[in-house]
Design a protein around this ligand. Structure first.
Ligand code: FE2
Length: 242
């Protein structure tokens, strides 16, 4: 079985449509989503509706919780907070209710899905450095945990002796007796200086994971952000991939 895992869409409909089209072209039937459907971009309702329609399983991100008032936006940077205020005004009641039903974690088919970290999902901690990844492994039992949140794709393994390291490739086999934390990157606002949309394919039969990058219509997503009156820097960063 193959599963596509998507995360951090951030109301970027152009990126989301491109990713879903690619997933369907590959005949992958199931999609799991790690949250942050909204925030930053101009199409929150469309992205919530498309994700909810396509994804078999989904967890909440910090921007989803912020949009429904479950997370305090005083910790957000001013631009992110402004985008959340805009999003709050823009989403329909129905979509508000959909976001409020999302859980923080889900284990499905032996995979843990969480937006930020297995240790304390509700704290929205970021995992960047190896040490930050390393301390997470004792907090989940499954072989693989998928995370988003930092918008930077990365893969870390830990072997039976506790040796932990990054994996450098975008396609790698899953080895027995190793556990993995995979950050799948962001569909709608990549921050690794590569502006292409990012998502992952988990192949449960062949035991492998691939990070996929796709070009999409960035100028259209940028124009919508500007037309919506959202901060222009949110348009600029899409092209910069940061
Ligand atoms: Fe995010």
């Amino acid at each position: 079985m193959k599963v596509a895992i998507i995360s951090d869409i951030h109301s970027n409909l152009e990126a989301l449509q491109t990713v879903i089209k690619d997933i369907k072209k590959r005949r992958i039937k199931r999609i799991f989503c790690l949250g942050d459907l909204v925030g930053y971009g101009a199409n929150p309702n469309e992205c919530i509706e498309l994700c909810m329609r396509e994804a078999k399983s989904m967890v909440a991100g910090n921007h989803d919780w912020a949009a429904i008032g479950k997370t305090d936006i005083s910790v957000f940077n001013p631009v992110a907070a402004e985008a959340i205020r805009w999003t709050k005004k823009s989403i329909s009641k129905n979509n508000f209710n959909k976001l409020s039903k999302l859980k923080l974690t889900e284990t499905i088919e032996g995979i843990l899905l969480v937006h930020a970290s297995p240790q304390k999902p509700e704290q929205w901690d970021y995992l960047f450095a190896l040490d930050e990844f390393k301390r997470q492994f004792e907090f989940f039992k499954s072989q693989v945990c998928f995370v988003g949140h930092s918008h930077i794709p990365s893969a870390v393994f830990q072997d039976a002796n506790g040796y932990t390291d990054f994996l450098g490739d975008n396609l790698f086999p899953l080895i027995d007796n190793r556990k993995y934390i995979i950050n799948i990157g962001s569909v709608g606002q990549p921050r690794d200086l590569d502006p292409r949309a990012s998502y992952a394919i988990y192949d449960g039969n062949n035991k492998s994971i691939e990070i996929v990058r796709l070009n999409y219509n960035i100028p259209l997503a940028q124009q919508k952000i500007i037309d919506a009156g959202l901060p222009e820097v949110l348009a600029e960063r899409l092209l910069a991939g940061r």
